[in-house]
Ligand binder design. Structure first.
Ligand code: H79
Length: 436
């Protein structure tokens, strides 16, 4: 064979094996034991907190647009000025147990912490640098990644980590040769010194140095450090083709068609247009966020709520109020979210709402009614399933005996609006005679 042909053939084989390798990962993660906790948990919390929480969206008296954690870039702050923030970082109200209790009380099953954002500042005791981490550069001198990990384990909360791989303004990731061993070393610390980590979230993958082979090398490196770990797609945010799950980040959503296969996490902000706390950004309403979570579950996606704590280590009161609403709703209706799947095809409802299906038992569905029909007509559910049992999950809500008809293999269920209903979503549980 001529050399050119040979090279072409080798090239084709390489591409094919790369694609096969990646897609086998994507498929297995949907059913694998590794990702089981992720599929069951359904709801988590991510925390953006660091030096950027001190200016909280204001620099030199001006409100700086865009994400609070991008303030160094957006306000063109010099390295010298930004590093002064480290000397002010002393969050006297930080208490890892309190944070994890708030997450747990809100119904969250996993907790993800941003260990290093794009500013490169490390919130753990890294040995890879001696000037840009919480131990060496701040008066606080406590290993936050460790304290949160310990608190998670005490509470039975799964601990996950975010790490800005592709972008580091302090140890410039543009100098790839020097940066790569640095960040590989840091990932080793994070994955070997802090107990079992549920997932690792990579970020900054849009940068030019971030090509396919780097993404595959990173994924293989991380899996070698912990064969059980799962990761988001290290190459592209809005796809789950590589790695184990895709991210539907707010302001960065994939097309609906992409969501039909693979594992996904939807990430939503509690303040508009920021992940890190901003003193002046508006807050979302609980009802919208909780319905967003229900919508995610109805599409078989996880939902992860982002909180930006304040510089003193406390959660903003508005965030606490939102989390309280999540906790209140999930405490009563969690059965319709945890351990469920979505994409229910053979069931229709005549009002604004969503449907999930139990993974724990056969033939159990949950209809989440957002808005009841405004006139006197009923919520009407039509399905091929032979439903025999209709109840409301919330024991405080009582409905009149529903009308259930079965004709030509189609079940029609009519439920009239109860005197009191849940203004976020009232969950109706349907069981068929095949339920186990
Ligand atoms: O950590 C949160 C964000 O700070 C981070 N990912 C989540 C989890 C993130 N920030 N930006 N992005 C993801 C998308 C990148 C947008 C960019 Fe740009 C467009 C980078 C360069 C062009 C906007 C415009 C920011 C700089 C210029």
């Amino acid at each position: 064979m001529k050399t050119v042909k040979k090279i072409k053939l080798i090239f084709v084989i390489l591409i094919i094996s790369f694609v096969v390798f990646q897609s086998s990962h994507a498929q297995s993660s949907q059913t694998s034991a590794r990702s089981r906790w992720f599929r069951e948990a359904r709801v988590g919390m991510i925390i953006h907190w660091g030096l950027y929480s001190i200016p909280a969206g204001i620099w030199n008296g001006k409100q700086i647009p865009y994400y609070g954690e991008w303030i160094k870039d957006r306000a063109s702050i010099s390295n010298a000025d930004y590093s002064k923030l480290a000397t002010q970082f002393n969050p006297e109200k930080f208490n890892a147990d309190e944070w994890i209790k708030m997450a747990s009380d809100a119904g969250m099953k996993y907790f993800c912490f941003v260990t290093k954002h794009h500013d490169g500042f490390c919130l753990w005791d890294t040995k890879e640098n001696n000037d840009w981490n919480v131990i060496d550069a701040t008066p606080f001198k406590r290993d936050i990644v460790k304290e949160l990990g310990d608190a998670c384990r005490k509470k039975g909360m799964i601990y996950a980590l975010y790490y800005s791989t592709g972008l580091d303004w302090h140890y410039p990731s543009t100098n790839w040769k020097a940066y790569k061993p640095y960040y590989f070393g840091q990932l080793k610390e994070l994955l070997t010194n802090y107990g079992k980590i549920g997932y690792l979230w990579f970020d900054g993958e849009w940068t030019p140095q971030w090509n396919d082979s780097e993404a595959v090398e990173l994924y293989n490196y991380v899996r070698a450090l912990d064969p059980d770990i799962i990761t988001n797609n290290p190459k592209k945010k809005s796809s789950s083709t590589y790695g184990d799950f895709g991210l539907d980040e707010e302001n960065y959503s994939p097309p609906d068609s992409a969501l039909r296969s693979g594992l996904w996490e939807r990430d939503r902000l509690v303040q508009f247009n920021t992940w890190g706390y901003k003193s002046w950004a508006k807050w979302k309403k609980s009802v919208d966020l909780i319905r967003d979570m229900i919508d995610a579950a109805s599409l078989s996606m996880n939902f992860c709520i982002n909180i930006g704590p304040m510089a003193d280590g406390s959660f903003p009161p508005e965030a606490k109020a939102i989390l309280k609403d999540f906790g209140g709703w999930l405490k009563v209706n969690g059965e319709a979210i945890y351990n469920t799947t979505g994409n229910v095809k053979n069931m229709k409802i005549n009002c604004e709402g969503r449907i999930t299906k139990s993974e724990l038992a056969n033939s159990i569905w949950y209809v989440h009614v957002f808005n009841w029909p405004t006139n006197d007509s009923s919520v009407t559910i039509t399905t091929y399933e032979p439903i025999t049992n209709v109840t409301v999950l919330d024991p405080r809500i009582s409905i009149k005996k529903p009308v259930i008809k079965r004709n030509d293999g189609v079940t029609t269920i009519m439920i009239y609006k109860p005197k009191t209903s849940n203004s976020i979503a009232t969950v109706i549980k349907l069981q068929s005679k095949n339920s186990k």
